[in-house]
Design a protein around this ligand. Structure first.
Ligand code: DON
Length: 320
């Protein structure tokens, strides 16, 4: 497979690849792999999703959009939402957030408890669950309606008012969220949750339950590929420094204990979710988003990893 892919590199430094052709090629080549792995089942509602679904979308900073397969179907974005919560926390409190959360890879699963005890209640980074709970707590100090604010923010970024929370998934997270309850109460015991623990969890569970398509996510994350400015509207989402930092954190921490392999195989900043989505960003160029619900043992989309690896290989594009 690798030899075939390398023989098919398209585009060059000066000529953009034919992204539509690349996505169709990936769609054809991924078929034998679909169904390998398993959808997340620790959140019962996610176990109901068809493991054979596969979609992809690419959005370029200069306005071109491409989509294949189930790329227009909405799915549970789960931890991909942690990019939105970190962005909002940065906008509200700037560098002060780094007093409450670290920025190193954890090398542990996203819902691990052990490090938090050793490190006095300061989560390693904003993308593990503990770090995201702290970001949610920060956001809640600036608004009485964090769920409404988050939804409005994401709808505006994606340009789609139909995006919404999935109440069934949010309720399922409430039922099965034992590790998140443990993390949140543990954080509270260290003073690193300031608000009401149940309200922080409720906001966090809702944010994870956001349903968006690959196309929605590719548009919503485009500011990360465009220096913090939304290409269509010209709206500034984040400063150049914040944008650099968001991409750096996605590169180092976005795929948890598989971040090294994602950098090795794919070579761009990314963020995964247990709903089977992965967002990739090529700064200055594009966003590439994939959805395939069956996960590998590290809780990242098995075919999503393959598809993004082939995407950077076929196009000859990566940050390295
Ligand atoms: O809190 C949880 O465990 C889930 N709502 C989100 C986890 C997740 O997506 C991790 N990503 N790979």
């Amino acid at each position: 497979m690798v030899r075939r892919l390398e023989a098919w590199v398209v585009g060059s430094e000066n000529k953009a690849p034919d992204y539509g052709a690349v996505l169709n090629r990936i769609m054809d080549d991924i078929r034998p792999y679909l169904g390998q792995g398993r959808p997340a089942d620790y959140i019962p509602a996610l176990a109901q999703v068809d493991p054979m679904k596969f979609g992809m979308a690419v959005q370029t900073a200069d306005g071109a959009a491409h989509v294949v397969g189930d790329g227009a179907e909405r799915f549970s974005i789960q931890s991909i939402s942690k990019v939105f919560s970190l962005t909002l926390a940065m906008r509200f409190e700037g560098p002060a957030i780094w007093q409450r959360v670290g920025r190193e890879p954890s090398g542990n699963p996203f819902n691990s408890l052990v490090q938090l005890e050793y490190e006095q209640g300061i989560p390693r980074n904003p993308f593990i669950n503990a770090g995201a709970l702290v970001m949610t707590d920060i956001i809640m100090r600036h608004t009485d309606d964090a769920k409404g604010l988050m939804l409005a923010f994401v709808r505006e970024l994606a340009g789609n008012d139909a995006i919404d929370y999935d109440p069934v998934v949010a309720a399922s997270e409430w039922e099965a969220g034992h590790r998140n309850f443990a993390l949140a109460h543990f954080l509270k015991s260290f003073g690193n949750i300031r608000g009401n623990v149940d309200q922080v969890l409720d906001t966090y569970f809702h944010q994870c339950s956001l349903t968006m398509s690959c196309s929605d996510l590719a548009r919503a994350m485009l500011f990360l590929a465009a220096g913090g400015v939304m290409p269509g509207s010209g709206t500034t989402v984040t400063s150049p420094r914040q944008t650099k930092r968001l991409n750096a954190l996605m590169m180092t921490c976005g795929l948890y204990d598989e971040g090294g392999d994602f950098a090795f195989r794919v070579g761009m900043p990314g963020k995964s979710g247990v709903g089977g989505g992965i967002v990739g960003v090529l700064p200055g160029e594009l966003t590439a988003v994939v959805w395939s619900p069956a996960l590998n043992p590290n809780h990242n989309s098995l075919c999503g990893m393959l598809a993004l690896e082939w995407f950077t290989t076929l196009t000859g594009r990566s940050i390295f």
